[in-house]
Design a protein around this ligand. Sequence first.
Ligand SMILES: *Cc1c(COP(=O)(O)O)cnc(C)c1O
Length: 364
Amino acid sequence: MSIKRINTLCVHGEKDNNNSTGAITVPVYQSATFAHPGVGQTTGYDYSRLQNPTREALEKTIALLENGTDAMAFSTGMAAMAVLCELFSPGDQIIATNDLYGGSVRFLNNVVKKNGVAVDYLDTGDIESLKKKILPNTKAVLVETPSNPMMQLTDIAAVSVVCKEKNILLIVDNTFLTPVYQKPLELGADIVLHSGTKYLGGHNDTLAGFLVTNNIELSEKLRFLCKTIGACLAPWDCYLILRGIKTLAIRMERITDNARKIARWLGSRSKVRSVRYAGESGMISFETDTAETARKVLSGVRIILYAESLGGVESLITYPILQTHADVPEDARESLGINDRLLRLSVGIEDVDDLIADLEAVLE
Ligand SMILES: *Cc1c(COP(=O)(O)O)cnc(C)c1O
């Protein structure tokens, strides 16, 4: 029987190939290398940079969740991004959503461009502008939807039609919605990128990144880069992410429930000018009336923690202008609306009334 429903997939995922003990949990195979049974023979594992049984179980689970044929686990989301960008060569061009995660912008502007790959940004939600930006050397469109932190939406299926017509790769960063709410490969994307540090892990206790694809040729190219570059996820961290995934679907349910109530409540506050929320998952950006109010919120909240990152069981609040988007050029930031009044909240699984009371005390 093949399991398709996300609640069951999260709990049962992919089993350990080597399990003869009946263990319910995939063990941590803390081994760098594996003995060969004979000359020219292999158990299927040779050296952990290439593959490790704990990582393999995690990768297969992620592939199942995203409905891909292959997934690769990296030490961080940025490591996944770095390996991904090795698909491109000097002279190529990448088109990216103008409101990407700040670390991705820093990577594209400082590393990818230095390596001779042109990067152009635009609102990928605007299909007509996107079509006009495509050049003969365009090799990929990189989309984040909803975007970070402005929650702009891109229609993945519509962009995919354009990309397929022009033979361009469509890459989607699915960190914010997770496969619980969005499966980009089913909408026509070629590669899905994740910061597993966020919702997939879900407990703010480790870092991880993923690339997922349903294209055999891409999977071979990426696997080659993976083993060559060596930015792979260590066995213990694979175990932590596997454990986190068991509760992914139920966490997302509670987080969405909390976030909807908080977004509605924020919208009714006189000191809140605007609220941006995609309707699912736990990311809310809101603009306060003044920079003083924004700072008061950051220093005054007690349950919600003023900390970078997102997607965990703990609610976190960040100041994009000083944190995630500090390295985004100021004019780009301003034109997107990332100013000194904008706050980004990652809603956790606490009691929603406690979270609202925490915000109410600093927004009075
Ligand atoms: C955090 C994040 C990344 C980078 O992932 P790390 O695990 O921090 O390296 C990439 N994209 C998005 C949308 C993120 O939120």
